[in-house]
Design a protein around this ligand. Structure first.
Ligand code: VGL
Ligand code: ZN
Length: 228
């Protein structure tokens, strides 16, 4: 068996409206594209839903993460006079911070999970990036590399050794979450049909997949898990 469900968790990363393109809700309303819409971002939902049901049924854990920023967050270009999305700034601690459009502001429609994401099988929701001066791409550590979300301890406490990642976006939150997972000693699978990339800067999707492969992640189609 590819995955021992009892010792595995599915991590559904940031499947939120602001990362999704325009779509029709179940009530027939049209939602505009999210503030940081990822091309075909909503396509991650069907494979994630299918796998989440399998996980819940077979005793695995399902965790959803959410980017959850306060208004005026350090990662918003609008918080820095004269800066635009795509620019970078140097933080007081010397680290580089990429600047984005305002996105996933706490409590807004943009920060809500995409309405087609099935939350019934989800055991735990991890919110990240909710400190004004600190961004977080990884589900494990905020970008200062020391502030923990508690996810590592949760998983280790349950004896979970294998993680499967899907969601948004390949070149940011998936990349940094999966790299941290590898560093923390988890067997790390990235679901190639259940991720989509921002694609900025150019080539970032291919570079991210390459880096994940080189670091030891297993890139695999989610159907192989369901079938296996
Ligand atoms: C993300 C950019 C900014 C992500 C979050 O979820 O990949 N990307 N904030
Ligand atoms: Zn963000």
């Amino acid at each position: 068996m590819l995955v021992d469900f009892l010792r595995s968790a599915l991590i559904e990363v940031d499947v939120q409206n602001d990362f999704c393109p325009s779509y029709q809700t179940a009530r027939g309303e049209s939602l505009p594209p999210g503030a940081l819409a990822v091309n075909r971002g909503d396509e991650v939902v069907p494979p994630l839903n299918a796998l989440a049901v399998q996980f819940a049924r077979r005793g695995g854990k399902v965790i959803a993460t959410a980017d959850w920023h306060p208004a005026g967050h350090v990662s918003f270009a609008a918080s820095h006079p004269g800066k635009r999305p795509g620019d970078t700034i140097c933080l007081p601690n010397g680290a580089e911070q990429a600047l984005w459009p305002e996105h996933c502001v706490q409590g807004t429609v943009g920060a809500a999970f995409h309405e087609t994401l099935d939350l019934r099988p989800v055991h735990l929701i991890i919110r990240k990036g909710y400190r004004t001066q600190l961004d977080s791409y990884s589900a494990f550590f905020e970008n200062d590399r020391t502030t923990t979300t508690g996810l590592d301890a949760y998983l280790k406490g349950l004896g979970i050794g294998t993680l499967l990642f899907g969601g948004l976006a390949t070149d940011y939150c998936i990349l940094y979450s999966a790299l941290d997972a590898l560093r923390l000693g988890f067997r790390t699978l990235v679901l190639t049909d259940a991720i989509r990339a921002v694609g900025y800067p150019e080539g970032s999707e291919e570079q991210s997949l390459q880096r994940l492969r080189e670091t030891g992640a297993i890139l695999i189609d989610s159907e192989a898990i369901v079938a296996g």
